[in-house]
Design a binder for this molecule. Structure first.
Ligand code: R5P
Length: 324
């Protein structure tokens, strides 16, 4: 009997992506294989599969969020071990790409760390990267292997199309305007988008210069790729309030929340914060304003399309709801 393509597929989940990996495994009806991790006295680590991967198409569900350097190193070591164990292909489903924001020389003598880590994944032996809402889509060009930079707007539009309230989609900076426009289009919004005129004044620091667009008496949704310290998006919310916005919802694909979630929970201006599970937020489950949307169904459809050599456009069409 001819083996099905999916029979040749094995899936691993890095420790910090276990929850999402298990969900994806359920959709694909596949067991998530264990990774054996050994940590030596000096902090070095060794990661390997407990079963053979010879000639297998391997998928690793991973994210390189905090602690970024440790998570990158663990992933590199696992990729190296799989390559040396004769895996046929190594596909990293990297739901958050650490160092994505160091994507250019913004000032003299800056490193381009997003390019450096891209080279490291490739050198270790990755054959493909599947990721979602890269901070800058040009990061795809730092790789010589294929990169699927998936559009997270579909995750949010599916959620927002279930709701009645009309929202003006706001980008918290000029760089996110296209992303905001795409979400607005998926929602069939008649409203114009708005853009915050933001100036970066240092690492994790910014200054708001003004709001472009009409938000007076409107309910707004500020849509960003990353919430890190929360500074950008809270400043954006303040500027929108000052310009007459009514209810404010915050949405971002990657919720790092490096300074905790209290600043959102205790902020009367903010009604809700919607994020995806690109990063595990189990430790924040007690917060009432936090709403987490799962990537599991979408990513399992993408993995399946990859196995079956189908187009990602077909996945978007099948996954994305339409306004009734
Ligand atoms: C920057 O350009 C990104 O798109 C985010 O706006 C930024 O990383 C958010 O960082 P923070 O929450 O620390 O302001």
């Amino acid at each position: 009997m001819k083996a099905k393509k999916e029979d040749n597929v094995v899936i691993f989940g890095m420790e910090n992506s276990q929850k999402l990996a298990q969900e994806i495994g359920k959709y694909l009806n596949k067991e998530i294989l264990p990774v054996k991790t050994t940590v030596f006295a000096d902090g070095e680590c060794l990661l390997k599969s407990e079963t053979t991967v010879r000639n297998k198409d391997v998928y690793i569900i991973c994210n390189t969020s905090k602690p970024v350097n440790d998570n990158i190193m663990s992933l590199l070591i696992l990729i190296d071990s799989l390559r040396r164990s004769s895996a046929k292909s190594i596909n990293c489903v990297m739901t958050y790409y650490g160092y994505a924001r160091q994507d250019r020389k913004a000032s003299g003598r800056d490193p381009i760390s997003a390019a450096l880590v891209a080279k490291m994944y490739e050198t270790a032996g990755a054959d493909k990267i599947i990721t979602i809402d890269l901070h800058n889509a040009s990061i795809q060009g730092f790789f010589n292997i294929p990169v699927d930079d998936l559009r997270g707007q579909f995750i949010f539009s599916n959620e927002l199309l279930n709701r009645k309230e009309k929202l003006v989609i706001v980008s918290p900076d000029h760089g996110g305007a296209v992303r905001a426009r795409q979400l607005s289009e998926l929602l069939n919004n008649e409203e114009q988008i708005a853009i915050i005129d933001k100036r970066r004044t240092g690492p994790n620091k910014c200054e708001i210069m003004g709001v472009l667009g009409d938000v007076k008496d409107k309910n707004v949704l500020i849509y960003d790729d990353i919430i890190d310290t929360g500074g950008t998006i809270i400043h954006a919310a303040e500027a929108l309030k000052a310009n007459g916005a009514k209810n404010i919802i915050i949405a971002a694909t990657h919720g790092l929340f490096s300074k905790g979630f209290e600043m959102f929970e205790n902020n009367a201006m903010i009604d809700e914060v919607i994020i995806t599970n690109s990063i595990d937020h189990s430790h924040l489950s007690n917060f009432k304003k936090l709403r987490e949307l799962s990537l599991a169904q979408f990513l399992s459809m993408v993995i399946n399309a990859n196995i079956e050599s189908k187009s990602i456009t077909e996945v978007y069409n099948a996954y994305g709801k339409r306004k009734q």
